[in-house]
Design a protein around this ligand. Structure first.
Ligand code: 3HC
Length: 396
């Protein structure tokens, strides 16, 4: 993520100081940027001169204090370890200029806990980018109870200048996108482990039937199984919803350092960056239930989207933008309109009846939408009213 974020800022013309532990790690970052910009050149999206200028705007450091001196914005993107993040924030709090914005790209940790480690927590904010950062336009800007509104405004303006679509949210486990995407991936992993279908069937079905850009197990490998596990654990801690409890196979892959693409092995084994045809970590199912997958996974996911709006955390527009621009998935409330709330309610009631899990209970708002005479108009009304509410009362 660090390399991707560096590329995004350098592409927009900013001088960027990239920092990592040692020269080997910096070399890895350099080669990720070379590969990504090289691909843009080969596809005619960037000239060789632009690529050289972009690369020339990046200076590499191994000392964080030296790197942040004189910077207006610091974006930290180390792995998901609160102690480490707090330690880094204490260092940059002293070394960065007093008026610098201090941002973290955490996927799962409470921004508030990171902010609490510094002398001026009001200048700490979350900037959550999505994989691959040069491609996905969404950035979640996460404010805490400390954050100064002027800093949020400044950051939103800057991100728009970079061509990104910032969505401002409060600090809650998973924010918008991870709170919706990772439980969907977690459910797919559970179904895989419980013998619903093979990994190939699960991934192909969600691409073909649901129109998602990639299957959930391939996506877990791309995001990193360690990151998926960290997000699920934080969601589980905060919600105590057992549906968010990670599947045993996910925890085992993480223990075995099979984190996906970055370690060469996860749900798939990667040879030259491509998944190979090994047997996979779970034995083949006795009887495939792949035909049930789209209803089951999409139904549960749409119910969670509706719950998030019902809980007043995000507007319909923010959820739509989040999933479309963070993950290139179809806009959930448009899918809901197409399938109809009534049908989704039937599906979710079926899942709830089978599992008995309170986390699978249909949202009250889903029932209301399903009972409307004109269900599409009810979704439009919800979209308009939540847009107005969130714009007029952003602190919520
Ligand atoms: N770096 C830079 N650019 C890349 C790239 C990378 N790693 N991977 C792909 N691209 C670019 C390509 O150059 C191409 O650009 P172009 O269309 O302008 O030429 C474009 O992305 C599409 O790439 P491809 O044609 O090679 O491949 P696909 O069409 O299959 O797209 C994908 C690949 C962009 C990865 C797409 O499958 C996708 O969007 N998948 C979903 C990814 C997702 O959900 N991300 C969010 C994960 S959650 C997260 O990151 C948050 C964290 O906290 C967990």
């Amino acid at each position: 993520m660090g390399a991707g974020i560096t590329e995004v800022f350098a592409k927009a013309g900013f001088e960027v100081h990239a920092v990592d532990n040692n020269e080997a790690a910096l070399d890895r970052g350099r080669s990720i940027i070379a590969k990504s910009t090289g691909r843009a050149v080969s596809r005619g999206r960037m000239t060789e001169e632009e690529q050289a200028a972009l690369v020339g705007r990046i200076t590499y450091f191994t000392d964080p204090a030296e790197a942040v001196a004189g910077c207006g914005l610091v974006v930290e993107a180390v792995f998901e370890d609160l102690d480490l993040k707090q330690e880094i924030f204490k260092k940059i709090d002293v070394a960065a200029p007093e008026d610098a914005i201090l941002a973290t790209n955490t996927s799962s940790l409470a921004i508030t806990a990171i902010a609490a480690a510094v002398s001026k927590p009001e200048r700490v904010v979350g900037v959550h980018f999505f994989n691959p950062a040069p491609v996905q336009t969404l950035v979640e800007v996460v404010r805490t109870v400390y954050t100064d509104d002027a800093i949020v405004e400044q950051l939103v303006k800057l991100l728009k200048e970079l061509g990104k679509s910032p969505v401002v949210v409060n600090d809650r486990a998973g924010f918008i996108v991870n709170a919706l995407l990772i439980p969907y991936i977690g459910s797919a992993i559970n179904l895989y482990e419980n013998g619903f279908a093979t990994r190939e069937e699960i991934d192909a079905t969600m691409v073909e039937a649901a129109g998602y850009p990639m299957g959930p197990l391939a996506l877990a490998d791309m995001i990193g199984n360690d990151v998926c596990l960290a997000v699920l654990e934080k969601l589980y801690d905060e919600t105590k919803n057992r549906v968010n409890a990670p599947a045993p196979i996910l925890t085992r892959l993480v223990i075995a350092n099979m984190q996906g693409r970055k370690t060469g092995k996860g749900f798939y084994t990667y040879v030259d960056g491509k998944p190979s045809e090994d047997r996979g970590p779970i034995r083949r199912p006795m009887q495939s239930r792949k035909a049930e997958l789209p209803d089951r996974l999409v139904g549960e996911y749409l119910n969670n989207c509706v719950k998030m709006v019902e809980e007043n955390y995000a507007s319909v527009d923010a959820v739509n933008t989040g999933m479309a621009e963070g993950c290139r998935m179809p806009k959930p409330f448009e899918v809901l309109k197409e399938i109809t709330p009534k049908r989704v309610l039937e599906i979710v009631e079926g899942i709830y009846a089978e599992t008995g899990e309170p986390g699978h209970r249909p949202a009250r708002l889903l029932r209301q939408l399903a009972a409307a005479d004109d269900q599409a108009a009810a979704i439009d009304e919800l979209q308009a009213s939540t847009a107005e509410l969130h714009a007029s009362n952003p602190r919520g």
